[in-house]
Design a binder for this molecule. Sequence first.
Ligand SMILES: CC(C)(COP(=O)(O)OP(=O)(O)OC[C@H]1O[C@@H](n2cnc3c(N)ncnc32)[C@H](O)[C@@H]1OP(=O)(O)O)[C@@H](O)C(=O)NCCC(=O)NCCS
Length: 393
Amino acid sequence: MSGPLTDGDATRIGGESGLAALPNRTTHIVGWGHEVPKALLTNADLEQIVETSDEWIGTRTGIRERHIAGDGETTASMGAIAAARALAVAGVTADSVDVIVVATLTPDHPMPSTAVLIKEAIGSHRAAAFDLSAACSGFAYAYAVAHGFLAAGLGQRALVIGAESLSRIVDWSDRSTCVLFGDGAGAIVLDAIDLHDDQNIATRPGTLSFELSADPSGAFALWIPGGSGADADPLIKMDGAKTYVYATRTMAAVATAAIERAGLTVSEVDLVIPHQANLRIIEHVSKAIAFPMEKIFVNLDRYGNTSAASIPIALSEAVAAGRLKPGDVFCTVAFGGGYTSGSFVTRWDADPANGARAAAVDPSTIKIKRPVGGAKAAEVPAALKDLLGAKRR
Ligand SMILES: CC(C)(COP(=O)(O)OP(=O)(O)OC[C@H]1O[C@@H](n2cnc3c(N)ncnc32)[C@H](O)[C@@H]1OP(=O)(O)O)[C@@H](O)C(=O)NCCC(=O)NCCS
């Protein structure tokens, strides 16, 4: 295939082989970590603020509870803690990082980027830093961009972070969306590695392929009007049924394409880590690509949909749960606003035991810079204040 693949209005990229520009250089994950807020909002809690039920949410989505950012807790603060844990797991310093990419649709501010705030909080002095907007597919996009940066020789080490405070942009009076989302952050350290002549597709470590797509036909089926346009409404809007149909179609297609680009068959994949939006969507993908649910990592029951944070949180938990060992091939696959979708396939080669090093990070020492005399610190949304406050008492 030469040139982009097209599927209706969607444009897919990934290159001829989906591999790095320089054939002898790829990337691999050497550190991982996540952070979620303490406050838990259960389905029973939601029954108190909108007309819904634990039974409805559980059967339609699989979600049981989600974490909600507390007063002063932000996308940057959670992202910085996740990043510090990933650096500790990798056993490397913040100053060894060349580029920080943060995938988020809920940055602390439109400017400065959340990546810049995280850079300062973790004590990095020389990394380039920027945010990337691709909604729930953001982590796959950010991984691909960081991989491209390193594979092209622009640097040696990247921090790739997915972080969200979705509770702040959810309409807590809209039962069709508010039951779905949660807050959190996940991060990886991605290093460039040189490949040897004797390494082929069956043995080479690290990133094997990726597949990204963007389909503007869904631009206003899952969106936030606020921004520099005329409509400043900052809350999320969604056509659930249309999004469900898109999700089931695209997830199977991009995962299959990424696996094929890696030169593998679905049966050679050891673990699939899907975007954690809805258990029914994941079960549909399992059937569509003939991949058993037992080999698909699911944690959405405890977190809901954390958008760009969902895959790095799930990856971090999957490693901790012993679901990935050196030599295993995993495939991530996501879909989201845009519509966007993305998938990458990687052969894991890190020692899962390194995950224990994350415990050395003291989150209370990681501080996000606030403007002098500037904006008020972010707070728990008014609709949840009494509910979460009453649970703490
Ligand atoms: C949102 C979603 C769970 C709804 O499930 P569904 O089976 O399609 O349900 P429907 O939309 O057909 O709604 C059925 C009924 O439940 C109602 N309903 C919606 N939300 C509800 C809730 N939280 N509690 C109770 N009832 C609810 C609807 O109003 C509708 O009632 P009506 O038939 O009287 O109009 C599903 O469409 C979905 O998951 N879509 C994808 C969303 C997504 O993943 N977004 C993030 C993308 S990254």
